[in-house]
Design a protein around this ligand. Structure first.
Ligand SMILES: [Zn+2]
Length: 64
């Protein structure tokens, strides 16, 4: 019994994605997450702040 490591036609193997592309995607996700947690959390608008606060508690993020 042999196991084939070739991907079927039309399906890109994970290794085919360039490292820079994966790095960019990961970095973008991290920046978006930081903006959501801290950017919205420190916003001056009370409603926006309260919403971010509730979401933060929803995710179990340490707060107070
Ligand atoms: Zn809190």
């Amino acid at each position: 019994m042999s196991v084939s490591h070739t991907a079927p036609h039309g399906v890109a193997a994970p290794a085919a994605v360039a490292t820079s592309t994966r790095l960019l995607a990961g970095l973008s996700a991290m920046i978006l997450g930081l903006v959501l947690v801290w950017g919205a959390g420190f916003a001056s608008a009370q409603t926006l702040h309260d919403t971010a606060h509730d979401v933060r508690h929803g995710f179990g993020f340490p707060c107070h």
